[in-house]
Write a protein that binds this ligand. Structure first.
Ligand code: FAD
Length: 320
């Protein structure tokens, strides 16, 4: 019987969508292997977060003021102690900045192998089989890892399951003494632009790249997005130029997205961009350069000039 421990990540009192997906994935793996799922919540007051957790057999809460916001030293100390004490066969985390940070440090401190950027996860006996993005998404590697292990799962790999049962049992664990003598303390979280959309949760994205030329031209993509019921996202140069907020950036140093439809407008398809969108359900590439790598991952594509195509496409969609 395998026990899967899920580290539950939260922002501003809400369990992240990626963590709910990871819990759902853990549930599926545990059900297939005849195991159980434990969800670990670290917070100043874990109770409101525990109510949001579904799909776990047991919720483990650790309450301490030092856990109010993500503080690597504090969260790592508790996670390492919990893993050492409960000895789960598999520690699962979302492949977020926090998840990657904790996965690596906890694996080292507990002497376990770690796999990250997992796009597919399966358990058979004491072998964990994962498909992982490596070399910045240029290659997908299948890895077999012997349990006990640590795995960080890409957002979008599993679907969250709102119908799953809430945690059956809640245990309050004692906070480790180390939390009383930390060398670091939390000062401030710098927030992304408020009121902006979460591109990782959109079903349709129209993404603009440097080919859009200048900020004012993004209106063309916005009009197409509205006709499609989509949201506009961007490649890094567009964000670096200040034409779109960072919260809209797709790619290695932006967000990983998995919409049903991804329209790449004037995007070349550099590996760092592909890493963030190659798992989209249907990819449409609009790029004048027939040799652009975006066409390697696109389901359909055109070498039209985007300045001709976007207005025509938008008009056609609006007159359907
Ligand atoms: P370009 O590569 O300049 O491509 C523009 C495309 O537009 C060209 O292919 C051109 O043919 C086409 N085009 C031009 N005019 C037209 C027209 N009129 N009609 C149709 N097509 C046209 N990039 C990201 O996107 N996201 C990341 O998160 C990211 N993280 C990075 C992290 C690191 C550590 C590094 C080193 C790089 C990262 N990059 C990231 C940058 C990445 O390497 C590329 O530089 C970037 O993705 C290129 O963006 P682009 O495709 O918009 O621009």
């Amino acid at each position: 019987m395998s026990v899967i421990l899920v580290y539950v990540e939260a922002n501003d009192g809400t369990v992240t969508a990626a963590s709910l997906e990871t819990l759902s994935g853990a549930r599926q793996l545990a059900d297939a292997a005849g195991g159980s799922v434990e969800a670990l919540i670290l917070a100043a007051d874990p109770a409101p977060l525990s109510k949001q957790v579904v799909g776990a057999d047991r919720i483990l809460e650790v309450a301490h003021p030092a856990l109010a916001a993500y503080l690597p030293e504090a969260h790592q100390a508790v996670l390492v102690e919990t893993v050492k004490a409960r000895k789960p066969d598999l520690l699962l985390l979302a492949n977020s900045y926090v998840g990657l940070d904790l996965a690596a440090s906890t694996a080292i401190a507990t002497d376990r192998p770690v796999v990250s950027y997992c796009m597919a996860v399966a358990l058979a006996g004491d072998v964990l089989t994962t498909t992982n993005q490596v070399y910045g998404g240029k290659i997908e590697a299948v890895a077999e890892t012997r349990l006990p292990a640590v795995a960080a799962v890409n957002p979008g790999t599993f679907k969250s399951d709102a119908t799953a049962k809430p945690g059956v049992e809640t245990l309050r664990l004692e906070a480790p003494a180390a939390l009383g003598s930390l060398a670091s303390s939390f000062v401030e979280a710098l927030k992304e632009e408020s009121g902006d959309v979460d591109i990782t949760q959109q079903e349709r994205l129209v993404s603009v790249g440097r080919g859009i030329g200048e900020a004012d031209n993004i209106a063309l993509a916005q009009a197409l997005a509205e006709a499609l019921g989509a949201v506009v996202s961007a490649s890094r140069p567009v964000v670096d130029a200040g034409w779109m907020p960072k919260s809209r950036q797709v790619g290695k140093s932006g967000h990983k997205v998995k919409p049903k439809l991804y329209v790449a407008v004037g995007i070349s398809g550099a590996p760092e961009h592909l890493e963030g969108m190659r798992d989209a359900g249907f990819i449409v590439a609009i790029n004048q350069d027939a040799k652009a790598p975006i066409f390697d991952v696109a389901h359909i594509g055109t070498t039209c000039d985007l300045f001709d195509l976007l207005p025509a496409l938008t008009e056609r969609l609006n007159t359907r």
